[in-house]
Design a protein around this ligand. Sequence first.
Ligand code: SAM
Ligand code: SF4
Length: 329
Amino acid sequence: MVEPMFDQYGRHIHYLRISLTDACNLRCVYCMPEHITFRRREELLNDEEILRLVRIFASLGVDKIRLTGGEPTIRPRLVELVRQIKQVPGIRDLAMTTNGLLLPELAFPLKQAGLDRVNISIDTLNPEKFHAITRWGRLEDVWAGINAAEAAGLTPIKLNCVVTRGFNEGDVVDLARLTLEHPWEVRFIELMPFGGVAEFAQSAVVTSDETRARIEAALGPLEEVPGYDLRDPARPYRLPGAKGRLGFIDTISNPFCEGCGRIRLTADGKLRLCLLRDKEVDLLTPMREGADDEAMKEIIVRAVWEKPWGHGLAKKVIPQLRVMSQIGG
Ligand code: SAM
Ligand code: SF4
């Protein structure tokens, strides 16, 4: 029997994001410092531990999972892990956030294994700027990944663009223009500060209002798409006549805590209750010390009850424990 989880504010918690690794094949400037040490493999959840936790979470009403990282596609045996996660009763929606570089080889096998769709990160259509933001990435590799994902049916495709002043704030217009011809959702994300990149991130935030105004100045007024689901962090808009749509994720300027049903499992087995709060509960240690499923459920339910409301950025409370690559977004 499924026992749904609620927090103390009455929010129904049913969406789990799992970071499969803290490592990555890129080094985006806003995500991680250039020289970062990744965790040793034995510090990370292994496949069996992830599957066991997915079964426990599913028995607590989690029905939606997103795999992320670091870069999830660099995890060994990923396709098999996806297949097994999708077979867990109750998991109806399985998505992934990726930089897309490895999708030319992985998109079809992942789709066949049961992955439903992907979000692919792309911050600019300018190859030099892409290289500068990712510290060494090649834009053409991401394009190949997007094409592979579309051909494999990992749709609807969503593209994530973090808007960073001094790097790509003017490039949002070209990215928005993509939706005229493609049935994609291009999402503009406000830059968030995390320890390690916090100072840089705070100085480079571009608000969604500014991004929207820039797009409207170049391409004309946006239409609001009706039927906005509070649980979706992206407020949806459309360019008149476009095949796709635009989303604005205003984490900083307009937090969407009310509809948040998300919790996050870090690659080293901590349950993170809010992206922008350091509060975490260790699941890996009790599991390795022999806690049975009932005991694990109790730990999870108690932790979820304490899920925070609201970030403290205005009061200068900046998450220090981890950078984004160690949480997963
Ligand atoms: N490597 C994958 C990717 O880049 O899509 C998945 C992990 S990445 C941490 C998940 C998302 O977080 C990406 O869309 C990335 O652009 C975004 N991100 C990383 N650092 C961020 C920050 N400081 N503020 C806002 N978004 C950030
Ligand atoms: Fe890697 Fe994604 Fe972070 Fe870029 S945003 S460094 S691709 S984890």
